[in-house]
Write a protein of this length. Structure first.
Length: 423
């Protein structure tokens, strides 16, 4: 079940960061391109509106449409004006019409006298639209020309879609440049991260790093447990010697017998279920002493029929040890009675069920969903927790396809279900 082969952790870091950078660059470039298209279209609409409104407000245009005896006279007066505007302004055509929408001017003289190709509003008002005319698809704005409160004509000014697209080319190049710069900077950062990770972890795959952390955590928690057990035994031994020196032999024997009987009872429970695995027995024995030092009662409920998990001894100690450390921290900071309960049993699917509960104040709701992501502890002192403890516990469980959940409400209970050979 162990992942010992594959890419190194440094390579995984590089690939993950590089992929994130590329995705970010693509999204950024896409958003910039969309914004450029929107901006270019909005700019074209503003230009056509401004030019059309200016011509519609021009006295020369108003007088020509009002006073000209026929369309020929109006064309003679206004065609040069329209041609000059197209030459000077960033627009592709200017079409001036009479009140009925008949062209008075047009870039193509053959189109003069024909109806305007586009929407002519049914009342004097401004209208901007995209329409396909004689010059192809274009963005155009039509504005009414009024004289003495009477509609005398229309002015339409447009920019072809091709011109709008051409205006996007410089912006597109800038967008591609920004995207390329993001990729270059991101890859450089990923290379630095890979180098740093390799300096710390060498060429170890991620699974091996997790195994190393599990081994280190196992040694730490076993060391703490055995130190507490040794300290407790030392205290009892000193007390027994003092009682013997005082001639209170029966009390000395009772003190030593009680300690030995309690330890043996727990050893018998553990070894009966784990086929004599000494590591879990030593851990629970030590944690019982460690809990007593901190004023916490450790309650162990082991079902003799509970199956053995597929975890290695190192992973068992890393998992149970970290959960117990977390529970002891929480219970020690709470109100009396202070207790931690460990329960091991078999599920209906022949899986191994491990529950670790404590009498601590519990985890605030906003932190409950993130407790495994950041390694928070349930102790009341704050959110600093035990570093990688709970994250490592989740990793150990996930690695063999188990589940690790945190109960709602009180008491705080971690529920672990692990696959077994029979499941």
């Amino acid at each position: 079940m162990r992942r010992s082969e594959g890419r190194s952790a440094a390579s995984r870091v590089f690939l993950a960061l590089s992929a994130a950078v590329v995705v970010t660059a693509l999204l950024t470039s896409g958003l910039l391109l969309l914004e450029s298209q929107r901006s270019a279209r909005a700019e074209a609409e503003r230009v056509t509106h401004a030019v059309a409104q200016t011509l519609a407000d021009s006295p020369d245009v108003r007088e020509a449409l009002t006073d000209a005896g026929d369309g020929v006279d109006a064309t003679a007066l206004l065609q040069p004006v329209a041609t000059a505007v197209v030459a000077d302004a960033p627009v592709d055509f200017v079409t001036i019409m009479d009140a009925d929408g008949i062209r008075v001017t047009h870039p193509d003289p053959d189109e003069i006298g024909r109806p305007y190709l586009g929407t002519v509003p049914d009342s004097p008002r401004l209208l901007t639209e995209e329409f396909t005319g004689t010059l192809g698809p274009s963005l155009r704005t039509i504005v009414p020309v009024e004289s003495a409160g009477r509609l005398v004509g229309w002015v339409a000014v447009g920019v072809t879609v091709e011109t709008v697209s051409a205006a996007l080319v410089p912006r597109l190049l800038a967008t591609l440049g920004i995207g390329a710069a993001l990729v270059v900077a991101g890859v450089a950062g990923a290379l630095f991260a890979r180098r740093f990770t390799r300096r710390v972890a060498g060429d170890l795959p991620a699974g091996q790093i997790r195994d190393t952390l599990a081994a280190a955590e196992s040694m730490r928690t076993l060391g703490e447990a055995l130190r507490a057990q040794t300290h407790e035994h030392g205290n009892r031994l000193h007390a027994a010697v003092a009682l013997l020196e005082l001639g209170r032999t029966d009390e000395a024997i009772e003190l030593l017998s009680e300690s030995a009987q309690r330890s043996q009872t727990l050893v018998d429970q553990v070894t009966a279920r784990t086929d004599g695995d000494p590591t879990v027995a030593a851990l629970l024995l030590g944690k019982t002493s460690q809990a007593a030092e901190r004023g916490v009662e450790l309650i162990v409920d082991l079902d003799p029929g509970a199956p053995s998990s597929l975890l290695s001894p190192i992973d068992q100690v890393a998992l149970v040890g970290n959960l117990l450390d977390n529970a002891l921290d929480a219970a020690a900071g709470g109100e009396e009675p202070r207790w931690v309960r460990v329960r091991v049993s078999r599920t209906s699917e022949s899986e191994l069920l491990l529950e670790v509960a404590d009498s601590g104040p519990g985890i605030p709701s906003p932190l409950r969903e993130r407790v495994f992501e950041r390694g928070f502890s349930t102790k009341p002192a704050g959110a600093e927790g035990r570093g990688v403890g709970l994250s490592l516990a989740r990793s150990v469980v996930d690695d063999i396809g188990g589940s690790l959940t945190l109960s709602d409400g009180s008491p705080t209970t971690f529920r672990i279900v692990l696959p077994t050979e029979a499941s």
